[in-house]
Write a protein that binds this ligand. Structure first.
Ligand SMILES: Nc1ncnc2c1ncn2[C@@H]1O[C@H](COP(=O)(O)OP(=O)(O)O)[C@@H](O)[C@H]1O
Ligand SMILES: O=P(O)(O)O[C@H]1O[C@H](CO)[C@@H](O[C@H]2O[C@H](CO)[C@@H](O)[C@H](O)[C@H]2O)[C@H](O)[C@H]1O
Length: 465
């Protein structure tokens, strides 16, 4: 880190909501500027820059963060949140702003995407890919999305949303990949339409050319409510959420069918999955030692996969209520196909069984019940009944059974596979909560206690799907 500009940016990165290295020993290796998005003027100059960040604790790993920066001259106030001022050799004295909060820069971002063109310098590129030139107008009023999210989104009117990916995945972004693949297929109605995306290229500090997708422009879903909010409200009131849970199960099945059609299916020995789960458990015990008490019980659950052959395909990978939106007509839409943020990109790209997503939602319904007890004082018994009823309805919807099919909504062989995935997901959640929300740790820990004490079903070697 050499210049004061770099130190301004490093402070900006470390305090950002999207910075994934909080609490870790990390350093800024370099900042790589991309081409200006429009010819710079003394008032405004906007470009993406890539921050190359190295984590030094544990195995050394490098991450690339996308910065969107507007440089405003002294006579050009405004621009939203300031990062700091410095003397730029090309532009003179400028103030840096996060472009996603600068109205002029927000407009420029959309114009670049709609232009569908490519901008290059000797060692960097920004390319816009436009799929639907008529869906979005450059005149739409921009505003920053204020809701909870790990990336940054700008809304344009009530038509489109530009989601900028902050921690970049080298290669094709999973969310773009999946939205593209599901368009026009059996799950087209369950996801937002993809209008276009931005691709960037730069040379890293070792001289290697890197390529990534920087953002995607999608249909803005209107009149929707976050699935977590509606579920928590119902759990807290002790309401009946079974019809909603049933239709959520139906929607997930459709998405899985769409993903299988688009990306195909493969097979994997269950023993390989069990090994992965055990390894993740051991890594989690190193982070949260109290997990060790459940090791033997969880290993018993994972072992039920050995000897099975699992059908695998592309899945959502981090399916929970916060990844679902419900519209006024009761339809569910599913978002954010980037997988679990704590996993490596290679892990997130791997095909898995559909039960990973099914287990993800069952865990999420349990979280909603746990939240109702801890944060809203609901009686534990009522919350347990709510979780049991909604879980059964969700499984019935997923399995294509009648809404009132009750306990039999999962075949016994599938039950033990789901239990193994529930254990694996709750182990992930324990690490996630320990790092991000220690006050929530008791929710997945309580679930793990119950799972680790349960006895695996005997018929676990039946077909796994
Ligand atoms: N297509 C969309 N239309 C409207 N709102 C959306 C859309 N996609 C996401 N959102 C909103 O943005 C939030 C964050 O989206 P998400 O894709 O999960 O972002 P991140 O990966 O950055 O966390 C969602 O919880 C939802 O409220
Ligand atoms: O939405 P992200 O992709 O960032 O997912 C991460 O954060 C989630 C929390 O925001 C976390 O989900 C866990 O908490 C949810 C309640 O807030 C609950 O519904 C989920 O079941 C639970 O896993 C998710 O695990 C993490 O990857």
């Amino acid at each position: 880190m050499t210049t004061s500009r770099d130190s301004l940016l490093w402070q900006h990165i470390q305090s950002a909501r999207w910075y994934a290295g909080k609490g870790r020993d990390a350093e800024l290796v370099a900042i790589h500027p991309l081409p200006w998005l429009a010819p710079p003027t003394p008032e405004l100059a906007v470009r993406f820059e890539i921050a190359e960040v190295r984590n030094n604790d544990g195995a050394s790993e490098t991450h690339h963060y996308l910065l969107a920066l507007s440089h405003r001259g002294a006579d050009s106030p405004g621009g939203g949140v300031e990062i700091g001022s410095y003397a730029d050799p090309e532009l003179g004295e400028v103030t840096l702003h996060d472009a996603t909060r600068d109205p002029h820069a927000q407009r420029l971002l959309l114009a670049v995407l709609l232009g569908g063109a490519e901008q290059t310098t000797d060692d960097a590129l920004v390319a816009a890919h436009l799929l639907d030139a008529d869906a979005v107008s450059a005149a739409l009023e921009p505003r920053i999305f204020g809701g909870e999210q790990s990336n940054t989104s700008v809304m344009y009117g009530d038509v489109a949303m530009l989601k900028l990916f902050r921690r970049l995945e080298l290669g094709r972004n999973l969310d773009i990949d999946v939205h593209r693949a599901l368009a026009d297929g059996p799950a087209a109605d369950e996801v937002a339409q993809l209008f276009g995306w931005l691709e960037v290229e730069w040379r890293d500090s070792s001289g290697q050319t890197c390529r990534a997708d920087a953002g995607m422009l999608v249909e803005q879903l209107r009149g929707v409510t976050d699935g977590w909010e509606v579920a928590v409200e119902s759990a807290t009131a002790g309401g009946d959420f079974t019809a909603e849970a049933y239709s959520l199960g139906v929607a997930l099945r459709r998405v899985h069918t769409g993903l299988a059609v688009a990306f195909g299916e493969s097979r994997r020995p269950g023993a390989d999955s069990a090994t992965g789960m055990s390894e993740r458990l051991d890594a989690a015990i190193a982070v949260v030692p109290q997990l060790a008490a459940h090791r033997a019980g969880l290993q018993r659950l994972f072992d039920t996969l050995a000897g099975t052959e699992l059908v695998t395909q592309r899945v959502h990978g981090d399916f929970h209520l916060g990844q679902t939106l419900r519209d006024g007509a009761g339809n569910w839409r599913i978002i954010d196909f980037e997988g679990e943020p704590l996993k490596t990109l290679a892990e997130r790209r791997e095909p898995d069984t559909v039960w990973r997503d099914v287990a993800g939602m069952l865990r999420s319904l349990d979280y909603a019940g746990g939240f109702a007890v801890r944060n809203a004082g609901s009686p534990a018994q009522d919350a347990r009944a709510w979780v049991a009823a909604t879980s059964t309805a969700f499984l019935a919807g997923y399995s294509g059974l009648a809404e009132d099919s009750g306990e039999k909504s999962l075949a016994p062989g599938d039950r033990s596979v789901v239990d193994a995935y529930l254990g694996d997901k709750a182990v992930y959640e324990v690490v996630y909560e320990a790092r991000n929300r220690p006050a929530w740790l008791d929710i997945p820990l309580a679930a793990l206690g119950i799972l680790a004490d349960s006895r695996p079903t005997d018929d676990s070697r039946e077909a796994a799907r």
